[in-house]
Design a protein. Structure first.
Length: 343
């Protein structure tokens, strides 16, 4: 059994709600870009009235059925954390297997949302193209280019920014409760975001996606809805801006543990051994922070032993003995005792 220790109250009000709402702004921004792209570029390509009606009907179906279903899955995932969250706050005992499953869910939240968002956004490409193809009206080659560009760029904005925001909010709001008494980096079955993964995702976010969008626009047939030069400049600017946002979010997630470790190391150098880095992480920083805290605990215990032992044998003798610490096995030595007779 894994007994929940006396956890302090969370520093964030309504932490589950904060985590659940983390993807809202990125998805709203992605939707705004998608609506604008459809109105400016896609709508002029829907020449026939029946084709435009089919497009509008597909939009209504997708927004009325698929998106609410994706949102419901995400909300259901967050709600599944509510009961164990409250039990931990009440310091109730939770079985190891059950608690580990919940902790894995917390660590993997960014990936879960990325999968849900990718399905909701990228599945629009084949669904809309198939729906328009079945309308009975001929499709121009521009639609087969601009529809994928519209949903791909919008989905890229929503997925990447949601991923990093959920990671930050879960570290900030959920980890202090779910990983108060255990090391998150030692949990089995998790997929933390390593430094290498962050670097790769930043390269994709800040470089590959904006450049890929521009290349698609270069090869795509010209749409009557916009000037290709200005429109390419606009799409490229949007991609670069959100790539920089991804870089800022990644930098924040890396800078926070580095800054706290640097401050803690300076405090230990100054002789403050009562310090502890409070961050709970599942990545390499989590392992580094845990080992640092373990090292400081060992130094603190050794200093307490030195002070206590020094009261009996003298501080210098205590330091010499502790410097040659033989461990629990001890050593055998021949000593000389001077005894002065009384009388």
């Amino acid at each position: 059994m894994d007994a929940a220790l006396n956890h302090p109250p969370p520093t964030v009000r309504h932490p589950l709600l904060v985590t659940a709402l983390a993807p809202v702004v990125p998805h709203v921004l992605g939707s705004i870009f998608n609506i604008w792209y459809n109105m400016v570029i896609i709508d002029p390509l829907l020449g026939a009235a029946g084709l435009r009606e089919r497009f509008v009907g597909t939009v209504i179906f997708w927004n009325a059925i698929v998106y609410p279903l994706a949102v419901g899955i995400w909300i259901r995932l967050i709600i599944s954390l509510r009961t164990p969250f409250r039990r931990l706050l009440r310091a109730e005992t939770i079985p190891d297997e059950e608690l580990d499953a919940v902790r894995r869910r917390v660590v993997n939240l960014p990936w879960y949302n990325a999968i849900i968002s990718a399905i909701a956004w990228l599945m629009c490409i084949p669904v809309f193209l198939i729906s328009l193809s079945l309308s009975g009206h001929p499709l121009g080659p521009q639609l087969f280019w601009h529809l994928p560009i519209s949903f791909a760029v919008s989905g890229f904005i929503a997925i990447t920014q949601s991923f990093f925001l959920i990671e930050l909010t879960s570290h900030w709001a959920l980890f202090p409760i779910f990983f108060q008494s255990v090391r998150a980096d030692r949990l089995q079955g998790i997929h933390p975001i390593s430094l290498r993964t962050r670097g790769l995702m930043w390269a994709i976010s800040a470089g590959i996606c904006p450049i890929g969008s521009l290349l698609l626009l270069i090869f795509a047939p010209v749409s009557p809805g916009a000037s290709p030069q200005w429109f390419g400049l606009f799409v490229g600017t949007i991609g670069i801006a959100f790539g920089l946002c991804s870089a800022l979010l990644i930098g924040r997630s890396v800078a926070q543990p580095v800054d706290q470790l640097r401050f803690a190391a300076k405090s230990v150098t100054d002789g403050q051994l009562d310090i502890e880095v409070p961050l709970r992480r599942a990545d390499e920083f989590g392992a580094l922070i845990s080992e640092f805290n373990h090292m400081v605990t060992g130094l603190r215990e050794k200093e307490e032993l030195r002070q206590t032992f020094g009261l009996h044998v003298g501080r210098k003798v205590a330091e010499q003995i502790l410097a040659r610490d033989p461990g629990l096995g001890g050593t055998e030595q021949v000593i000389t005792v001077l005894h002065r007779a009384l009388g």
